[in-house]
Ligand binder design. Structure first.
Ligand code: S3P
Length: 432
């Protein structure tokens, strides 16, 4: 599918974004290791989260669709059954890293792998600390890359005291999940400031997770109870339409959207770029707040995003590059070297995307610098090379390019946002 996106009347309005990917992964995994039955309402039922669900089913957790819920029969923290085939995480880093934390030290043999992008992503960052806990894990290139192979453990894992060098919620969550089966409390230090869904959800389930400054202390748990939770909308998916709203000057209302403070970095940046955004909480489920966001666009101006802010908007950085093309002045991002090990080398892909839009950007080792507003191509042409967030960021640019933007291989957007084309159209855009 190589659609051309156009937005002659701009893209804005009111809508409910698709379910949160990070929260769906965690809800399914926690339900699988809980005891008894759990209900996950309105999960993201596509791409990456389907990969998680299939892996959990292969490990013995029965998952059944009931209306817009998935009902999961949990097997307990130590109850996975040995899978008969390779567990396929496909394109999903979150599946691979979080599941590694659940698989470490279990009484089973399992192989975990994925697609061409996944097997190039760094896994040593989870394998090393899990080995330190006594887990027996082998893997390609001495465990630095998938396929990863989990060998049967003998009893509980040892407590961990580990400093994480990269601000990765996937690494942090993997270690927290493993720490539940530790023989004593574990401490995770260092770069722990990243999305805190795992902390919140575990606490909501009664697990003892304490935060002291930047360190996390996770106590072992005998069991987690079954639960009933509803997944809010994904603010990272909604961000695409926050960006079209800002570029095309059309207000946007996001209903039923996750508003976890550790995910609001892009909203803060949008405000600095001239938008006014009102965030109103409406409730919470399993520790995760949701609410309504009202975006009122203003004259766009550039902004700076430094290393401290990067974890709170890591997935929205391609959008900052697109906004920078239309904003007056300089937009600069630094401290984002993690982007080089995402589904693609995302900094490299941002450079290619901007080139395909007819713009100019200076990409460095850990960020970029873009000056606007720029004279862009009359029609853009972008090949995202299988990276979903680049594909959708390129489509967003059509809000400011009169002849629109053609995105080749747009189907890759399915891993996080299966109905992007439908929503783009419903909010006033055209897709041919
Ligand atoms: C995620 C964490 C982030 C993010 C990814 C989802 C998660 O990755 O980019 O889309 O659900 O924990 P890192 O934690 O590796 O930065």
């Amino acid at each position: 599918m190589d659609p051309i996106f156009r937005a002659p009347r701009g893209v804005g309005g009111a809508y409910a974004p698709p379910a949160d990917k990070s929260i769906t992964h965690r809800a399914l995994m926690l339900a699988a290791v809980a005891e008894g039955r759990s209900r996950v309402r309105r999960p993201l039922a596509t791409g990456d989260c389907v990969s998680t669900r299939r892996c959990l089913e292969a490990l013995g957790a029965r998952c059944a669709d009931e209306g817009d819920s998935v009902v999961v029969d949990g097997v307990g923290l130590r109850g996975f059954r040995e899978p008969s085939r390779t567990l396929d995480a496909e394109n999903s880093g979150t599946t691979t890293r979080l599941l590694s934390g659940l698989l470490a030290g279990q009484q089973l043999f399992a192989v975990l792998s994925g697609d061409d992008s996944l097997i190039r992503r760094p896994m040593g960052r989870v394998v090393e600390p899990l080995r330190d806990m006594g887990a027996r894990i082998e893997g390609r290139a001495a465990g630095r890359f998938a396929p990863l192979c989990f060998l049967p453990g003998n009893g509980d894992l040892q407590p961990l005291d580990w400093e994480i060098p990269v601000p990765s919620a996937q690494v942090k969550s993997c270690l927290m999940l493993a720490a539940l089966r530790g023989s004593g409390p574990s401490t995770i230090r260092g770069r722990t400031a990243s999305r805190d869904h795992t902390e919140r959800m575990l606490q909501a389930l009664g697990a003892r997770v304490e935060t002291e400054d930047s360190a996390l202390r996770v106590h072992p748990a005998d069991r987690l109870p079954g639960f009933d939770a509803r997944v809010p909308g994904d603010i990272s998916s909604a961000a695409f339409f926050v960006a079209t709203s800002l570029i095309s000057g059309r207000p946007l209302v996001l209903r039923d959207c996750g508003i976890n403070p550790t995910r609001l970095g892009f909203i803060h940046a949008a405000r600095r770029m001239g938008a006014s955004v009102d965030v109103r909480e409406a409730g919470a489920s399993l520790g995760e707040p949701h609410g309504v966001l009202t975006v009122t666009p203003g004259a766009l101006r550039g902004t700076e995003v430094g290393p401290e802010e990067v974890p709170e908007l890591i997935d929205e950085i391609p959008l900052l590059a697109v906004l920078g093309l239309f904003a007056r002045g300089v937009t600069r991002v630094s401290g984002a070297a993690e982007l080089r090990v995402k589904e693609s080398d995302r900094l490299e892909m941002i450079a290619r995307m901007v080139e395909g839009l007819g713009g100019k950007i200076e990409v460095g080792e850990d960020g970029f610098h873009v000056e606007g507003p720029q004279q862009l191509a009359t029609t853009g042409l972008v090949d995202p090379r299988g990276d979903h967030r680049i594909a959708m960021a390129a489509a967003v640019a059509s809000a400011g390019i009169s002849g629109g933007v053609r995105v080749t291989g747009f189907d890759c957007s399915r891993v996080s946002y299966p109905d992007f084309v439908r929503d783009f159209t419903a909010l006033g855009g055209e897709v041919a």
